[in-house]
Design a protein around this ligand. Sequence first.
Ligand SMILES: Nc1ncnc2c1ncn2[C@@H]1O[C@H](COP(=O)(O)OP(=O)(O)OP(=O)(O)O)[C@@H](O)[C@H]1O
Ligand SMILES: [Mg+2]
Length: 214
Amino acid sequence: MSDYKRLISGNKRELLNFKGNLMSTATGKTVKSIMVTSAMNGEGKTTAALSLAYTLAVNAKDNVYLADGSWNAPKLDKVFNFGEVPGISDYFRDDIDLNGIVRQTQTANLSVIPFGKKTSNSMEILRPAVLKEKIDELKTRCDYLIFDSASIMGSADMAVLSTFFDGVILVIECEKTKWQVVDLAKGKLESAGANILGVVLNKRKFYIPRWLYG
Ligand SMILES: Nc1ncnc2c1ncn2[C@@H]1O[C@H](COP(=O)(O)OP(=O)(O)OP(=O)(O)O)[C@@H](O)[C@H]1O
Ligand SMILES: [Mg+2]
């Protein structure tokens, strides 16, 4: 079994009906691009984003792009053994062709865009209008764009970035992250104007749709 399949084997079953849940929370609006974030670091964003992308690719047979936008701790290049290749940071920064950063995986319909080159300049200095345009361009290439991001409390511009996606999933590590902190992160997302689709209560593996959470 490859690394990434081992990583998600624990919560694949829970995600089987994810597309149905996703559509039912979308209230008529098509949700094509989803940011996966959390209040704090290490709550399980990457694992959840990977599981979601894999499940959509395998069960719904949609063309799925999974992008590594967690510039504090990019990880997908290692999970998929890509080595040092250009990725989304290069695409955001420079005028490079999308074909050079999208990598097909062993799983049909699942492509991964690794983080790419890390520089001392973080993504936070990029102009929001440019980021939005580039994310919109990516969206035209696939059925679903899943964006594994950095945490809300750990980075200043995550909340702004979240508004460039059709929806946001908040991963919460059960019995670890305090509810006040989750509330603060949720508040930051909401005041920026993000469309929070629901939460993943991680390390417990429940998906709670918005109508239940709200
Ligand atoms: N459902 C789960 N059950 C058990 N362990 C999990 C689960 N989800 C994630 N983990 C473990 O928790 C750790 C952190 O997971 P992950 O890298 O997905 O978090 P993250 O939020 O992306 O972290 P970062 O903020 O550093 O990007 C990893 O060791 C991962 O294997
Ligand atoms: Mg991560």
